[in-house]
Design a protein around this ligand. Structure first.
Ligand code: SF4
Length: 374
């Protein structure tokens, strides 16, 4: 049975595991939530020890042919765009490597002309000497297209469904190939068949009632654990942040609810990685760490060239698919537009120091190695 069938039957048929997960999401008193947090912390210690894998996103391009109502890179937003050359990507990568990172996530909007599988493979190949782990978060592709990227040295694939609600998905994705819900839904499995051994999924919280979204996401995790069992599964829980286009999320998720969801996921799926990005503010990130977070980004920029200013000479706008030279508005920042605003602006070294203060060892490269070392 495909995951699309599982998802469509979810309101009628939930496994005992998902029913237990749903109970963990029900409203809780402060005392009950505290107990949940302690249980989640104990499960995290048992399965991951006192380690935190640090990574940085490296944005390659903010070109996009889709319109996603919540995203600053949407096709119709008149933002400053650029696609970095491979040499510029390497310059950004060197900067991250100098900061200590050995795990990088390559991110790009969906634009087959600028961000082809060959371009991605070239970027991965060029970065491979500096990084022990390279993941990609780009437009969904066929397994055959992914294979060349895996061969070039990428090991991780990240694809968020955004929302698992078909109706909301159709309303939010108004133009472009991303409108195909099922094509995106099957992406992790296509990546697995191509050889990716880290699969990251997630939902964008704020598009639907968080409890319903979380249940669908948990069903997807459960499915992938069974069908892609040789891969390490990670899950991300981004909450919507301000971005170009000024989208207002129809639903909210409080910090308390986010904490409860992290606990519920950790207790239900003890060995699954949970990722926390710089979308969340520093103090909240520090407080969420012990509940089950296993991977954190740090010092992030969400625009191409954000770390070293690469690509500022080639900025343009895209109007109805045509590239036009930018006429800069007064006081406009002359760098590519970011995807969303970050909240935790601490440097990677500051994030690492805050983790150590909690007795957690930041791991810049491969945590599997760190876990087995004496
Ligand atoms: S979410 Fe992704 S596909 Fe949608 S507009 Fe943004 S970059 Fe493009």
């Amino acid at each position: 049975m495909s995951f699309a069938q599982v998802l469509d039957n979810l309101p009628l048929k939930k496994s005992p595991l998902l029913r237990r997960f749903e109970e963990l999401l029900a409203p809780k008193s402060d005392v009950a939530l505290e107990a949940l947090g302690q249980e989640a912390h104990a499960v995290t210690l048992k399965n991951f020890g006192r380690t935190m894998r640090l990574f940085a996103p490296l944005y390659l391009s903010n070109e996009c042919i889709n319109n996603c109502s919540y995203c600053g890179f949407s096709r119709d937003n008149p933002i400053l765009r650029v696609t970095l050359t491979v040499e510029q990507v390497v310059a950004e990568g060197r900067h991250l490597a100098q900061e200590g990172f050995r795990h990088v996530l390559l991110v790009a909007g969906e634009h087959p002309k600028f961000v082809s599988e060959n371009y991605l493979a070239d970027c991965v190949r060029a970065l491979a000497p500096e990084f022990s782990s390279i993941s990609i978060e780009v437009a969904p592709m066929e397994s055959e297209q992914y294979a060349g990227i895996v061969e070039a040295g990428a090991e991780g694939l990240v694809v968020y469904q955004e929302t698992y609600d078909r109706e909301a998905y159709a309303q939010l994705h108004t133009a472009g190939p991303k409108r195909d819900f099922n094509w995106r839904l099957d992406c992790a499995e296509r990546g697995y068949r191509a050889g990716f051994r880290r699969l990251g999924i997630g939902a964008l919280f704020g598009l639907r009632r968080w409890q319903e979204e979380a249940l669908s996401l948990a069903a997807h995790v459960d499915y992938l654990l069974k069908h892609c069992w040789q891969a390490q599964i990670t899950v991300s829980l981004p909450r919507l942040r301000p971005a170009a286009g000024e989208f207002h999320p129809p639903f909210s998720m409080t910090e308390r609810e986010l904490a409860q969801l992290i606990c519920a996921l950790r207790i239900t799926f003890p060995e699954v990685g949970i990722v926390l990005s710089t979308r969340e503010r520093a103090a909240l990130r520090d407080a969420l760490v012990p509940l089950g977070i296993t991977m954190m980004s740090a010092g992030s920029h969400t625009e191409p060239g954000g770390y070293t200013g690469q690509g500022t000479g080639e900025l343009h706008r895209t109007v109805r698919g045509r590239i036009v030279a930018p006429e800069f508005e007064t006081d406009e920042d002359r760098s590519a537009t970011s995807q969303f605003e970050i909240s935790d602006g601490r440097s990677p070294a500051e994030v690492a120091a805050a983790l150590r203060e909690q007795g957690i060892e930041p791991v810049w490269k491969d945590w599997d190695t760190a876990l087995v070392s004496p």
